[in-house]
Design a protein around this ligand. Structure first.
Ligand code: FE
Ligand code: FE
Length: 496
């Protein structure tokens, strides 16, 4: 039977990063290692606090990061051991626990070069094969050292080329500076870091302490996601990352203030309770958290409504709140992938108006101001979708096709699309075709009526009601006359 090969990867993992994981994977594949134990070292307590994560946090981050590979496992014996740990103690203990396995002990080349000064190098040599990573192209005499150790202690050494130059120091510094760490850590580990405020400056950690008391756990999760997203957007669009960090962290800080307090910020009649925590939050960030920067406070204040004249920071917070990774509404990918900040804002505002309208809620004037500013020539809401429906009908030889914008006058829909077929069979075929093509044009039919008789079929698309008529019914009901206004009717096809 083949002996199990176990990699022993010691380190402080402060924090673990993709360089560690790549190395473990690379070594496992190159040497046929069956599992890798990540042996997490102790750090003197005074040092851990100063550097921004305690043992429990470091360990939690490591556990999350290794969870993606079934060969990886976390080993805590050095954390639990009282006093300083020596590698020989750890290897001895592992050998006792896994007597029939071969141990491979991972190290960097600096460690290899000082190997003779370690406690019991001869015993280590008997317990394990050393696996040393060498920086590509820059040999620091590792081969000579390996040959020497073999002669002196019988040490087996395998040299592997280093696969990543990432370091924990780089990761810590980036978190400290509010720079993104995307692709440096697995997403779940990075999320933990942002959820708990690890490696953040002291001022930011103090905000976390208070937030963790004031927000419900799921609101804290959302806040961490908004923070990650805001940091990424700030880096992408060149905004002040430190301000984005504070605004993102505190954007929902007033979420759980008493309703009476929130209502005192109302500026519409009737009040829109769901958005008031933004205005209240700007005040609360100032009075309770001591934030005085007017740009940060303004971004918090505008995060639910938007407004005309938004700054880069305002837009980033508004967007981060809407597109953070746990959001999954239809169209969210489109917003995330838009090329410019303004295009992202345009899509986000449209989506927000859509959402409010679908629930028949009032739209805050600031949201309308934001929308107006974005496009004097912005299409009426849903216009291109209404025209896409017209086109499907036109291609199927429907006639007298109209799109009527009715959103100003009723809440039943924003659009009527009206069209006729030559016969009952044709009307039904128009309906079938629309149902078939709906998905293609990105729309969904919520309800269908009148299909049996096929003299007046109504298809409900949510934002639009489509009326398919037999010519006799069309003439009799003449619904366009009821709804026609100054400038709300588009005949299809559109003539120049
Ligand atoms: Fe909010
Ligand atoms: Fe939020």
């Amino acid at each position: 039977m083949m002996k199990e090969k176990i990699g022993v990867f010691g380190g402080t993992f402060h924090p673990v990063h993709n360089g560690h994981l790549m190395l473990a994977r690379h070594a496992a594949e190159a040497l046929g290692i069956d599992r890798v134990l990540f042996v997490i070292d102790r750090i003197p307590p005074h040092k851990t606090l100063a550097e921004g994560a305690d043992d429990a946090e470091r360990l939690a981050i490591l556990r999350l990061a290794v969870s993606e590979d079934p060969r990886f496992q976390v080993e805590t014996m050095e954390l639990e051991r009282a006093g300083k740990s020596y590698s020989v103690d750890t290897l001895r203990e592992l050998k006792q626990r896994y007597p029939d396995s071969e141990l491979y002990f991972f190290m960097g080349s600096d460690m290899l070069n000082s190997f003779t000064t370690w406690r019991s190098p001869d015993e280590i040599s008997k317990l394990a094969t050393l696996v040393c990573t060498v920086r590509g192209g820059q040999s620091g005499g590792e081969e000579e050292t390996a040959a020497l150790l073999k002669e002196q202690y019988g040490t087996e050494v395998v040299l592997l080329e280093e696969v990543s130059s990432l370091s924990s120091t780089i990761v810590r510094n980036r978190i400290h500076e509010a720079l993104p760490i995307t692709d440096m850590l697995p997403a779940n580990a990075a999320h933990y870091i942002y959820l708990h405020g690890c490696y953040q400056p002291a001022e930011i950690r103090s905000y976390y302490d208070r937030l963790q008391k004031e927000l419900k756990p799921q609101r804290m999760e959302h806040t961490a996601y908004v923070l990650e997203t805001a940091i990424a957007l700030a880096a992408r669009f060149g905004a002040d990352a430190s301000k984005a960090r504070i605004a993102a962290l505190l954007h929902d800080c007033a979420k759980y203030l008493p309703e009476q307090t929130l209502l005192s910020y109302a500026d519409t009649e009737p009040p829109i309770l769901s958005i008031l925590h933004a205005a209240a939050g700007a005040d609360y960030a100032k009075t309770a958290y001591g934030v005085n920067d007017p740009e940060i406070l303004r971004a918090i204040r505008l995060h639910t409504t938007g407004d005309a004249g938004m700054t880069k920071l305002d837009k980033i917070i508004y967007l981060a709140d809407m597109i953070e990774p746990s959001r999954s509404f239809e169209g969210v990918e489109q917003i995330r992938n838009a090329k410019t900040l303004d295009e992202m804002m345009r899509l986000a505002l449209l989506r927000s108006i859509w959402y409010i309208k679908e629930r028949n809620n009032p739209i805050h004037p600031a949201t309308l101001r934001a929308l107006n500013e974005i496009g004097g020539k912005m299409e009426r809401f849903g216009e291109s979708d209404a025209l896409a429906i017209c086109k499907v009908l036109y291609d199927k030889k429907a006639f007298d096709i109209l799109a009527l914008h009715i959103g100003d006058r009723t809440i039943i829909a924003d659009w009527f699309v009206v069209a006729s077929g030559t016969s009952v069979t044709h009307v039904r075929a128009l309906c079938d075709d629309l149902e078939e093509k709906a998905q293609e044009i990105g729309l969904e039919i919520k309800r269908k009526e009148g299909y049996e008789d096929a003299r007046w079929i109504v298809l409900d698309f949510g934002f639009a009601l489509v009326h398919l008529f037999h010519p006799e019914e069309r003439a009799y009901y003449n619904i366009e006359r009821l709804w026609e206004g100054d400038d709300n009717m588009i005949r299809y096809p559109i003539s120049e």
